[in-house]
Design a protein around this ligand. Structure first.
Ligand code: BTN
Length: 270
């Protein structure tokens, strides 16, 4: 990892973290392989909960399911945050939907747009992906949550293969939001929800996750390992599962990906 002087003021950003638990420090790297890898290394060396690594450029960014993940220098907010949840490992799967909700709420607040989540770990606007999360846990020690958000850029700035599937906050609301503003908003929103989870006050969190989840009530095709579950997305659970009503009954999907979402009359969501 290379640490250089940059216009991004990591110290000033750290000072704006007002939560009870996630207060930085924010470490900014002009260029690195993957912020998740950097933060994992810092965690192994004893870094405190709330430590954040943010990068201008990632040369080996990783997505879910072993995919490569590319962000745009100066346009994509790329960071990872360290949690050390003092709770039994079986409750850790709640961290994914909780972070998705924090990212969606922060994006909605700053853009004024109706931003939601898409199971399991995407943040979307009108069916197009705005952000993705990569949660890597080493229970009972720590969890590294990596977040990539498409902040700035017009349609042309999106790779051709992603047009129609991905979007940016700028496209969504017509405003250029500064990445550090969004970083502060996401971390403060995450802090609030993480506190509720640790204090076992999860009812409000689940209600929020249900409100934000864009697949509910829609016809979905979810890939689960090598098999496929097809039906109507019915509910989400506090453990990060998606409940799908299939022709054969209710199926609780705990990992996988929603490949296709349609309104129940067969139309693609607007
Ligand atoms: C996905 O949509 O598949 C997840 C994308 C996660 C990307 C972020 S960018 C910051 C952090 N570092 C990585 O290498 N990945 C995550």
């Amino acid at each position: 990892m290379v640490k250089m002087a940059t216009p991004f003021d990591a110290e000033a950003t750290t000072e704006r973290l007002t939560g009870a638990r996630l207060r930085g420090p924010v470490i900014y790297l002009d260029s690195t392989g993957s912020t998740n890898d950097d933060l994992r290394q810092l965690a192994l060396e004893g870094a405190a909960e709330g430590t954040v690594v943010m990068a201008g450029v990632q040369t080996a960014g990783r997505g879910r399911r072993g995919r490569e993940w590319h962000g745009e220098a100066g346009r994509t907010l790329m960071f990872s945050v360290l949690l050390r949840p003092g709770m039994p490992a079986e409750r850790w799967p709640a961290l994914g939907p909780l972070t998705g909700a924090a990212v969606a709420v922060a994006c909605a607040e700053l853009s004024g747009a109706d931003v939601g989540t898409k199971w399991p770990n995407d943040v979307v606007y009108a069916g197009c992906k705005l952000a993705g999360l990569l949660l890597e846990a080493q229970a009972p020690h720590f969890a590294v949550i990596g977040v990539g958000i498409n902040v700035q850029g017009d349609e042309e700035s999106l790779p051709a293969e992603l047009r129609g599937w991905a979007t940016t906050l700028e496209l969504v609301c017509g405003k250029r939001i500064a990445p550090q503003e969004l970083l502060v908003a996401v971390l403060n929103a995450l802090d609030e929800r993480y506190g509720l989870l640790l204090e076992e006050q999860s009812a409000g969190l689940l209600a929020e996750q249900r409100r934000l989840e864009s697949t509910l009530g829609k016809q979905v095709v979810a890939s689960v390992g090598r098999s496929v579950v097809e039906g109507v997305a019915h509910d989400v659970t506090g453990r990060g599962e998606l409940i799908v009503l299939t022709a054969g009954g209710e199926v609780v999907v705990s990992s996988g990906e929603v490949q296709s979402v349609r309104d129940r009359n067969g139309d693609l969501p607007a």
